[in-house]
Design a protein around this ligand. Structure first.
Ligand SMILES: Cc1cc2nc3c(=O)[nH]c(=O)nc-3n(C[C@H](O)[C@H](O)[C@H](O)COP(=O)(O)OP(=O)(O)OC[C@H]3O[C@@H](n4cnc5c(N)ncnc54)[C@H](O)[C@@H]3O)c2cc1C
Length: 401
């Protein structure tokens, strides 16, 4: 068996990475973006579109980080429950969070059409359900009503075997796409607008207006770190916990399950803890089959080393208990998800007034790439942004210099 983290994902197997040269001289740019995942590429795209001159550097190849290991549910059904967020942040702030997620799905939908990105984008419904914790789902629905979020309580779960679920919230008009096809399309659009991209160029020492990479110096007015980790910022690393999430993909005949997003939640018994859960969706596999993608079994990375095969086995068991599926997984992979203490990412200025970060973006990082890119683009362009305050890194750590 290959080491899990090196197992190719469906996305990696169906898209060739773009080849860009290494940095081989000192350069100057208006904005330096560090990290070529969905956060970095979306930020580079938006900033260049807003008239800035952007250079993006990636330590390996574009899309080789956690964006390649995602399951790409595009949804405002968050990893952390709304009723928990309301307790911490109040209704008004959580309304802002929900609005930012709804707007990010709309934005991706528009950009995919505008840039003609062929990435299997689909608008579909999502179902948050529970077999054992109906009360929790009902509580979540009440919180969503208080927030004015569009959703409906239903008494069955489309696609599920028999009538297992006790409670289910239907989220209409959610979405999904092929993560790396989207990333490649957006990268090409950014390149066409004039963004400079370097592969195999890792940022080392990052100062107020410079970063070192491959022994050369990049001088920039603004530096945006989208490395999916708090580079150069130990304070932010301390405020984050890293989890590993496991995924399997099982081939099923087309039409057997409806294209949908599914999440099963359980009550952790402690409102402050992230409740364990499983998630699923479909993706086109070939003319006759879909791939049923199932994820979950998340565990904190520090401490014990879990048996990965056991995790994949449990995912298969969950999938066959809940859905009428048979067969062995075609794919098995895992990836890292970072959570901040309050469940929201760190997006915005940190350390210096001209430095920005997107980090701690939980299992909703595809949306946060768009949300973060828009906050940072507005801030650099001097435009007010209503989402900025709620995600500011300053809420937890410190004020920028
Ligand atoms: C199993 C799994 C399932 C998920 N499911 C969902 C989902 O359904 N919906 C959702 O919204 N989110 C989901 N997520 C989360 C989401 O995929 C991630 O949050 C998101 O892809 C992170 O994108 P990013 O661009 O911030 O980071 P990455 O894609 O990791 O990109 C960061 C890049 O920075 C580069 N880098 C690092 N250090 C340096 C350096 N020093 N110099 C230059 N480059 C550097 C890395 O090589 C990497 O390519 C999931 C994640 C996992 C693991």
């Amino acid at each position: 068996m290959m080491k899990t983290n090196e197992n190719p994902t469906l996305w990696e197997e169906s898209v060739q990475p773009g080849y860009y040269k290494k940095l081989d001289k000192d350069i100057q740019t208006e904005v330096l973006v560090i990290g070529g995942g969905i956060s970095g590429i979306t930020t580079a795209y938006n900033l260049q579109k807003a008239g800035k001159k952007v250079t993006l550097i990636e330590q390996a190849t574009i899309g080789s980080g956690q964006t390649a290991r995602t399951t790409a549910h595009l949804t405002y059904c968050l990893d952390i429950r709304y009723f928990q967020l309301i307790k911490q942040l109040g209704v008004q702030n959580v309304r802002t969070v929900a609005n930012s997620h709804m707007a990010s799905i709309e934005w991706m939908d528009r950009i995919i059409r505008h840039e003609r990105i062929n990435c299997n984008f689909k608008r579909i419904s999502g179902y948050l359900f529970s077999i054992h914790s109906a009360e929790m789902v009902q509580k979540e629905y009440r919180a969503m009503q208080d927030l004015g979020i569009i959703a409906e309580m239903i008494n069955y779960v489309p696609g599920l075997k028999e009538k297992q679920s006790q409670a289910c919230i239907c989220f209409p008009e959610q979405a999904q796409f092929h993560a790396l096809k989207y990333l490649k399309g957006l990268t090409n659009a950014a390149l066409n607008m004039g963004v400079h991209i370097y592969n195999h160029t890792a940022a080392g020492s990052i100062q107020e207006n410079t970063a070192k990479a491959n022994g050369y110096t990049i001088t920039a007015e603004y530096i945006v770190i989208t490395a999916n980790t708090a580079l150069n910022t130990p304070e932010l690393n301390i405020s984050q916990t890293k989890f590993r999430s496991y995924v399997i993909g099982i081939k099923i005949p087309k039409g057997q399950l409806p294209y949908s997003l599914w999440w099963e939640v359980e009550d952790s018994g402690n409102e402050k803890e992230f409740a364990p859960y499983h998630y699923a969706r479909l993706e086109n596999f070939d003319d006759l089959n879909d791939l049923f993608i199932v994820g979950g079994e998340d565990r904190e990375i520090e401490g014990t080393t879990p048996d990965e095969n056991l995790k994949f086995g449990r995912l298969l068991e969950w999938a066959s208990q809940r859905f009428a599926i048979k067969g062995k997984p075609e794919y098995q992979w895992s990836g890292t998800i970072s959570y901040s203490n309050d469940g929201l990412p760190f997006i915005g200025r940190y350390r210096y007034n001209n430095h920005y970060i997107i980090s701690g973006d939980s299992g909703s990082g595809i949306n946060y790439a768009t949300i973060g890119s828009r906050i940072i683009t507005d801030s650099i362009c001097g435009v007010e942004n209503n989402w900025e305050a709620v995600y500011s890194p300053g809420r937890i750590v410190y004020e920028p210099k």
